[in-house]
Write a protein that binds this ligand. Structure first.
Ligand code: KIV
Length: 258
């Protein structure tokens, strides 16, 4: 008989550091979560990338807490073994620690088993308060898409010694505040390697090289559904073509019969 694998928790993800790499992927709907979970993924991210991927918005700035609650409910309905981590969208944690805790609780009520927020030292008080309220927090540093206007686009981070020092400081501060893991997005791989070596909690990379404790990708990028995925994404399928070809066959069948 097949052994039933234990439910993933933030603590279990934390303990994977140094033992096993963490595989994480985004999912925004019931069937996406079901398929990712059946494939054996460790953690599912209900990412605010759903703004672009699901709704066709230009950025993540248009995503609301209500959007994240709805999609978290859909993912939670799949009852995955994988840990469900939900992004806190812009505007839900910056104004105050009180706002951050209230938003995180609403996401947890919808089924999030952890939340992720973007930023370093400037938001460690939010991280501390949410953890204190009983909800695990994943940090997110490097390229932080919610701040693309300030950064000046979607550029690689950690290129200068000053940026590198800031990233290391951010990572250590997030760990100190109680984060159980940190996403490092699109940085120089050497910086991600240094941070990974300095932290006791795992780092999960996206476009930041192979030296992290795990990796996260946007599901639609790795499946080949997104027309212009980021340059660092490895594509594991070409579903764009598969889906179009299936629909074309369907159209042909209809046209022949009717
Ligand atoms: O929203 C998202 O999908 C993310 C990943 C890119 C890490 O935050």
């Amino acid at each position: 008989m097949q052994e039933k694998r234990k439910k993933m928790t933030a603590r279990r993800i934390m303990k994977m550091k140094g033992r096993e790499k963490i595989a994480m992927v985004t999912a925004y709907t019931y069937h996406q979560a079901r398929l990712a979970d059946e494939a054996g993924i460790d953690a599912i991210l209900v990412g605010d990338s759903l703004g672009m991927v699901i709704y066709g918005y230009p950025t993540t700035l248009q995503v609301t807490l209500q959007d994240m609650i709805r999609h978290t409910q859909a993912v939670a309905n799949a009852k995955p073994r994988a840990l469900i981590v939900t992004d806190m969208p812009i505007g839900t944690y910056e104004p105050s620690t009180r706002d951050a805790v209230i938003s995180a609780i609403q996401l947890a009520r919808a089924g999030a088993e952890a939340v992720k927020l973007e930023g370093g030292t400037e938001y460690t008080d939010r991280v501390k308060a949410i953890v204190q309220a009983g909800i695990p927090v994943m940090g997110h540093i490097g390229l932080t898409p919610q701040r693309h206007l300030r950064i000046g686009g979607y550029k690689q981070q950690g290129k200068t010694p000053q940026q590198e020092r800031q990233l290391i400081q951010d990572a250590l501060a997030l760990q100190e505040a109680g984060a159980f893991a940190i996403v490092i997005e699109y940085t120089n791989p050497d910086v991600a390697k240094k941070i990974t070596g300095k932290l006791e909690i795992p780092t999960i990379c996206i476009g930041a090289g192979p030296h992290c404790d795990g990796q996260v990708l946007v599901l639609h990028d790795l499946l080949g559904i997104t027309p212009n995925p980021p340059p660092f994404t490895k594509q594991y399928a070409n579903l764009q073509e598969t889906i179009k070809s299936a629909i074309k066959q369907y159209i042909n069948d209809i046209k022949r019969i009717l």
